[in-house]
Design a protein around this ligand. Structure first.
Ligand SMILES: *Cc1c(COP(=O)(O)O)cnc(C)c1O
Length: 234
């Protein structure tokens, strides 16, 4: 059973790497400049272990409780855990128990809460600014307005325990992902103008990774293309 699953995941990973290779070649980009984050939300810890054995080093989760349990089951594995879902301020202490990177910082209050929680633990936390790519902006999916990204970056810079790595965006379900990724790149440029080291762009999912890589994504977040169909959420 597990061997079958491992074979299946290995095949899916090979196909995904081929897509990323091809997208980089088409965009004239260095393949080493694009990192794969496998989105393991809704899938069991056993899948995370198989992925780690297959060389995956970054995983993405969107729910605190689910992620915390999975991390506990995978404690010794050399994985970087990314929070890619919306975060409420009252969950920051819990998230710091498992997350290495919070990709969804979209307001100063949340940044301040994360900074405080990291400080209490005597650690640093890597963060990315989530930029809303819908036009007009629909707050349901989270993210700050593109024009607000610089001010938020400046605020994060003023905090003591956060390391700003770059920006993250989710293309709208309907519409042209290329237009959305262009908005993200503008915000990324503005942030990098303030913080030269904040050069990561997290964009691209199973359906639009090629467009994201064409627009400069340095991380793609792939769920379905690696793990198969997710069970529908209740
Ligand atoms: C679920 C999710 C993904 C992965 O989506 P797929 O279409 O399964 O590749 C990527 N990013 C975010 C923010 C997600 O919530």
């Amino acid at each position: 059973m597990s061997q079958d699953r491992k074979t299946q995941l290995a095949g899916n990973l090979a196909a995904v790497h081929a897509r990323i290779d091809r997208a980089c070649a088409d965009a004239g980009r260095d393949r080493a400049g694009v990192r794969l984050v496998v989105v393991t939300k809704t899938f069991p810890a056993s899948d995370v272990k198989l992925l780690a054995a297959l060389g995956v080093r970054d995983v993405g989760e969107n729910r605190d409780q689910e992620a915390k349990a999975k991390k506990a089951a995978c404690e010794q594995l050399p994985l970087r855990w990314h929070l890619i879902g919306q975060l409420q301020r009252n969950k920051v202490n819990s998230v710091l128990q498992w997350a290495d990177v919070v990709q969804t910082v979209d307001r100063p209050e949340l940044a301040a809460a994360l900074d405080g929680a990291a400080g209490r633990l005597g650690r640093r936390l890597s963060v990315m600014l989530q930029v809303a790519l819908d036009s007009p902006i629909q707050s349901a999916r989270g993210g700050c307005a593109p024009a607000a990204a610089s001010a938020l970056a400046e605020y994060v810079l003023s905090l003591s325990h956060l390391d700003l790595c770059g920006v993250m965006g989710v293309a709208p379900i309907i519409g042209d992902p290329a237009a959305a990724f262009s908005r993200l790149v503008q915000a990324a440029d503005a942030v990098r103008g303030l913080v030269p080291g904040a050069d990561q762009i997290s964009a691209g999912m199973s359906g639009d990774l090629e467009a994201a890589i064409a627009h400069g994504a340095t991380q793609v977040r792939l769920g379905g293309a690696v793990l198969g169909n997710r069970p529908a959420l209740p």
